[in-house]
Design a protein around this ligand. Structure first.
Ligand code: CAA
Length: 299
């Protein structure tokens, strides 16, 4: 089957990034949100990002032409003739099951459903619909317009045709897709999450300061960001949620949240998105490590 029209559920950080790469690749895109204000915010971010690419001369078309392929809606009925639906709403199984169940009778029967979840079971989400053979995971990475990877996840019920169609779709988006199966965390988070949690445990044990641990991994291993910058970037709340799902699945300490991470999330320190995490992001050009404030919690 040919994919021409893409529906994206949610227009937050990930949803808007997904909508952007789909429109840039030439697909017609319709983004569903619960209120128009979220569409406006997401689309403003898309324009800003496209303007950056345009200034660098990396776009094949003028920004306006790409933006013209993007539509926003608050009505599920407008998704009816999409060829693929990519869900990027809140990381909550019940909410994901609810939205897929509600659009299942609306969207044409041969459309493919995909979830951008980072850790929730694709199989468990899929069972809320009557199209298990046409259901996959399609996991993008933040920031979506820059990160080259997309994980394409199959369940035991996914049909081969659907899986290969989505794999090829990932390539058409300019991404490098990798194949994986529906196991908690897939490839990247299975390996990345224990590393990030170990960084927090090392910090709790006094191995080094926030900026020294970050510098060590950046300069010693060639990582683009140190673990604490990355944690703030991904979101401490998001990471904490992922640990919850992964620990529940594997019952292994390496997937369990260190107490400092839990306490930071309880205190509302979610990272860059709301200004404070392992760094204070009041001035994003010069994030300030929060060792002094966290010392009381860390010891
Ligand atoms: N759109 C367009 N351009 C953007 C942009 C965006 N959204 N974000 C940044 N840029 C541009 C910047 O303006 C900058 O342009 P100039 O070179 O002209 O200044 C350029 O991209 C590079 O950005 P920066 O200078 O800010 O920093 P950088 O070189 O470190 O690159 C990065 C930024 C690509 C994010 C890099 O730091 C990186 O790869 N970090 C790791 C990110 C990562 O690991 N992501 C995965 C997280 S895990 C996840 O998402 C999954 C999950 O399930 C939790």
């Amino acid at each position: 089957m040919e994919i021409k029209k893409v529906g994206v559920l949610g227009c937050g950080l990930m949803g808007s990034g997904i909508a952007q790469v789909c429109a840039t690749a030439g697909f017609d895109v319709i983004s569903l949100e619960i209120e128009q204000k979220y569409i406006d915010k997401g689309f403003a971010g898309i324009r800003k990002s496209l303007d950056k690419f345009s200034a660098k001369g990396t776009l094949k078309e003028p920004v306006d032409q790409i933006v013209a392929r993007l539509k926003g809606t608050t009505r599920k009925e407008d998704l009816a003739n999409c060829d693929i639906i990519i869900e990027a709403i809140i990381e909550n199984l019940d909410e994901k099951r609810k939205i897929f169940a509600s659009i299942d009778p609306i969207v044409k029967a041969d459309a493919i459903f995909a979830s951008n979840t980072s850790s929730i079971s694709i199989t468990e989400t899929m069972t809320a619909t009557k199209r298990p053979d046409r259901f996959v995971g399609l996991h993008f990475f933040n920031p979506v317009p820059l990160m080259k990877l997309v994980e394409v996840i199959r369940t035991i019920a996914t049909s081969n045709d659907v899986y290969e169609t989505v794999y090829e779709f990932g390539k058409k988006l300019g991404k490098s897709p990798v194949r994986t199966s529906d196991q908690t965390g897939f490839i990247v988070n299975r390996l990345l999450v224990p590393y990030l949690l170990d960084a927090v445990r090392a910090y709790e044990e006094g191995v080094g300061s926030i900026s020294d641990i970050d510098a060590a991994m950046k300069l010693g291993c060639g990582y683009p960001m140190g673990p604490f910058t990355l944690l703030d970037f991904v979101g401490l709340d998001t990471t904490y949620y992922i640990t919850d799902v992964m620990f529940d699945e594997f019952k292994e300490k390496r997937f369990a949240s260190p107490s400092l991470l839990k306490r930071m999330v309880m205190a509302g320190w979610y990272g860059k998105k709301n200004g404070k995490g392992f760094y204070d992001w009041s001035n994003p050009e010069n994030p300030l490590p929060q060792d002094a404030a966290l010392r009381g919690l860390a010891k």
